[in-house]
Design a binder for this molecule. Structure first.
Ligand SMILES: [Fe+2]
Length: 182
């Protein structure tokens, strides 16, 4: 289950209900898929063939189509990152800049872990959402954020898009944000 860490206060929010209530207030969609639906051999696999990616999409076909129908997504794919990914460090460096998009950023984690750093309302400031398999999150359009991996540096996620161009990152310069403590 996802966990929240509020950066200014170090406060942690745990438990599905509390996490959902917090994210609701921040207008961040949070849902949950059953991670056990995925074939056991894919639950800890981070280098995937095209067939394996397709198998993940087929496993969650119902969930994907339900989400797509409700929220207008038209295309989806699988992203897999691990130390086997060429230039992972460079890639993460590129990721770790606060930015916005003109459409929402949806990720359904199917294996591994990941973390979204999001600019919350003024009373909250930046907060982290730590995600694990089964967690589904959508960061609204124009909400400053970035995504990175956690210590295990392994993740597989389904990404959904309204239009692929909507996902272009626009840098959000914010002197109040200090990434060094991440
Ligand atoms: Fe983003």
């Amino acid at each position: 289950m996802a966990e929240i860490r509020i950066r200014n206060t170090e406060e942690r929010i745990q438990g599905e209900e509390a996490v959902r209530a917090f994210l609701d207030k921040q207008e961040v969609l949070y849902e949950h898929w059953n991670p056990a639906k995925l074939a056991e051999g894919l639950q800890q696999k981070f280098v995937l063939s095209d067939e394996e990616k397709q198998e993940i999409l087929t496993t969650y076909d119902e969930e994907i189509k339900d989400l797509a129908e409700r929220r207008g997504y038209k295309t989806w794919d699988i992203i897999a990152l691990s130390d086997a990914t060429p230039n992972l460090d460079e890639l993460l460096k590129k990721f770790e800049n606060v930015h916005t998009h003109t459409e929402d950023e949806v990720r359904a984690i199917t294996a591994g872990r990941g973390i979204f750093i999001i600019k919350g309302t003024d009373d909250v400031g930046y907060f982290d959402v730590e995600l694990e398999a089964g967690d589904v999150i959508s960061v609204p359009e124009y909400k400053p954020h970035f995504f990175t991996l956690m210590d295990n540096r392994q993740i597989v996620a389904v990404r959904l898009f309204i239009e692929t161009e909507g996902w272009i990152a626009h840098p959000f310069a914010d002197e109040k944000f200090a990434s060094s403590e991440a």
